[in-house]
Design a protein around this ligand. Structure first.
Ligand code: 5CA
Length: 437
């Protein structure tokens, strides 16, 4: 992409109404604009990151055996009356009346809808276990939307819903998602710690929140220092129910809890190893058994012919919140530092002299070659000073800067710099080889 033809409205000044660094940087880097309280437009750079994160989430959900669907955002109220949540949900639910005076709502979550859709398609025990998921916008009329997309009103969520015949199966479905979440967040370059959590309006008796440690987080969290190291999930077999359960139990033997779920006895046992921090909840998993299937009268025919009420869990990831959470965890004074897996572009190609024919020819050639090799390049071909180009590339956090100036071109060299690292001089061929390795 040539910057001269892109839509990247960066801001020089930090907007006064943005209190946390991720919100400031997302506005300054031209990723989002607020259109109403807690509602944001995603500009091209923000949309690219949202897509990168969604794709990692999708790949790990698919790998865990979940099946993608897409549900509507607007739902009929009667669905929620069946489960009893229409009245229970309260003012966070955006209620809408259509032209025929029918009560509708904008989905804040989708247990009821997935339960009905499942009921409609599943007849017998052979149709279980299943896990259906979507990546779709949600709306919650938060009392205090704040910190940009960290707590928005409209936000992008991955929500998955599992259906099982018995408790052992449901527990395995929960554990599969637990593992998938560890893998998902690690691939994005963030470390998310699972913590026992309250179930809130979703209900049920078992839940974990996945928390990224960050000074601007809204949750107070307490955890064993062992959690500061990442966990290697490469050898874990998600199909081995007993092995997976044992692996997760061993992991959870290290204490970690949110403020509402503190356990003084367990904390005393953790002793000096206990750490306290602020954190951002980027995902949450729930097991709630037959709460929705029973209320909505869902059954399938069991192996012996008798009707069985399926047991459910639901599993959310805050996809749009993650964009900001990753920035909270990865930035410096100059701007964002994207982990390569979620970066909007891999390389910023900086032409230091757009008015110099030889320099521009060298840049154009590198740009064409990198594009041809499938490398995502943002080519700063604008007629601007080098300083402004470095500042923009730093602000928007592109992992690699490929710097081409007239002196280098004459000497047959370019400079390659890792965002936040040193600049190394090399031939254009060597830089190309490094970026396509
Ligand atoms: N139905 C369940 C699981 S699918 C559910 O709704 N869970 S949740 O309430 O925990 O939301 C899932 C994730 O969405 C949260 O972990 C959080 O990362 C994200 N989220 C929730 N509220 C907001 C919000 N107001 N702004 C941005 N992200 C949010």
């Amino acid at each position: 992409m040539r910057l001269s033809r892109y839509f990247l409205p960066v801001l020089k000044e930090t907007p006064g109404d943005a209190q946390v660094v991720s919100h400031q940087l997302m506005l300054r880097a031209g990723m989002i604009r607020q259109t109403a309280s807690g509602i944001y437009a995603w500009l091209p750079l923000g949309q690219r990151v949202l897509q990168k994160i969604s794709q990692i989430v999708r790949e790990e959900q698919d790998r865990a055996g979940a099946i993608e669907v897409l549900m509507p955002t607007i739902q009929a109220a009667d669905l929620w009356q069946q489960s009893g949540r229409y009245d229970a949900y309260g003012p966070e639910m955006l209620r809408i009346t259509d032209r025929h005076d029918r009560d509708m709502l904008f989905s804040p979550t989708a247990e009821e809808l997935f339960t009905t859709i499942f009921q409609n398609g599943a007849r017998s025990y052979r149709d279980l276990p299943r896990n259906l998921y979507q990546i779709q916008w949600k709306f919650r009329d938060e009392v205090r939307p704040r910190f940009g997309v960290l707590r928005g009103r409209e936000f992008l969520m991955k929500d998955a819903y599992s259906f099982d015949l018995d408790f052992a199966g449901a527990r395995h479905s929960y554990n599969r998602m637990f593992l998938a979440y560890l893998r998902t967040f690690a691939r994005m370059g963030v470390h998310a710690i699972p913590m026992r959590a309250d179930t809130g309006p979703i209900g049920g008796d078992l839940s974990h929140e996945f928390i990224v440690l960050a000074p601007n987080g809204e949750s107070d969290v307490f955890y064993h220092e062992n959690w500061e190291a990442g966990r290697d999930t490469s050898g874990v077999d998600a199909d081995d129910a007993a092995g997976l359960a044992a692996w997760i139990d061993a992991l959870n033997a290290d204490y970690a809890a949110t403020d509402e779920m503190r356990d003084p006895a367990a904390e005393a046992a953790t002793g000096a190893a206990l750490k306290q921090s602020k954190g951002i909840e980027v995902g949450q998993v729930f097991y709630f058994g037959d709460k929705y299937t029973r209320a909505m009268g869902v059954t399938v025919q069991g192996p012996d012919g008798a009707a069985v009420t399926p047991l459910m869990g639901s599993y959310g990831i805050g996809v749009s919140r993650l964009v900001a959470a990753i920035i909270e965890a990865s930035h410096d004074d100059a701007g964002i530092i994207w982990p390569e897996a979620v970066a909007p572009f891999k390389v910023a190609l900086l032409n230091l002299r757009a008015d110099d024919a030889a320099c521009s020819a060298a840049c154009d050639k590198l740009y064409a070659e990198l594009e041809h090799a499938g490398v995502e390049v943002l080519y700063d071909d604008r007629d601007e000073r080098g300083g402004a180009k470095f500042a923009t590339a730093d602000l928007i956090g592109i992992p690699w800067q490929l710097v081409v100036g007239p002196k280098g071109v004459a000497a047959g060299t370019v400079e390659l710099k890792r965002r936040g690292g040193d600049r190394l001089e090399m031939t254009a061929e060597a830089a190309f080889a490094r970026l396509t390795a």
